[in-house]
Design a protein around this ligand. Sequence first.
Ligand code: IMP
Ligand code: MG
Length: 179
Amino acid sequence: MQPGHNIESVLYSAGDISERVKELGKLITEAYSGKELILICPLKGSVIFFADLMREIKIPVEIDFMSVSSYNSSTISSGEVKVLKDISTGIAEKHVLIIEDIIDTGLTLKEVRGIIEKRKPASLKICTLLNKPSRRIADIEPDWSGFVIPDKFVVGYGLDYGEKFRNLPYIGVLKTSNT
Ligand code: IMP
Ligand code: MG
């Protein structure tokens, strides 16, 4: 698919993403074989990655969703979060994997990790599709990462700008005239 007039360039095509998602699924399947695994999807950006990745994980899993909002809704995260929707699954003594769309400053995920950690899971790990390490502020690193990307604002495959572009099947760089 050609980039639309809002998209400067396609960073990862649907094919690139699906290939990488399969690889991640394999690694996660191996890492958790014989264990009880709960996958947590922080809404909304992660939903597409979450839905694709869970089908590449070939062990039984439970899934749950969580929604947090940062108080600052701009593209710069404030690091304070409010839980809008909590998970309903008991996670004590179970292995938990948070599946994220992107780690940018890491401030949001650090808060989410803190909330989950308090519930004493057997283990807590993070898989992110995209990692922007150059922007990191919080001390947080993914255990699995799909792609390391430069400091560009990207949309598509779940990622939004102003709640738009989530339905693009590829990940593209947004034209700066849009931001
Ligand atoms: P962080 O707290 O700065 O790591 O990022 C929190 C959230 O900001 C992510 O879960 C995304 O929703 C959003 N975000 C960060 N970078 C991008 C981007 O390049 N495109 C779209 N959303 C982004
Ligand atoms: Mg967002």
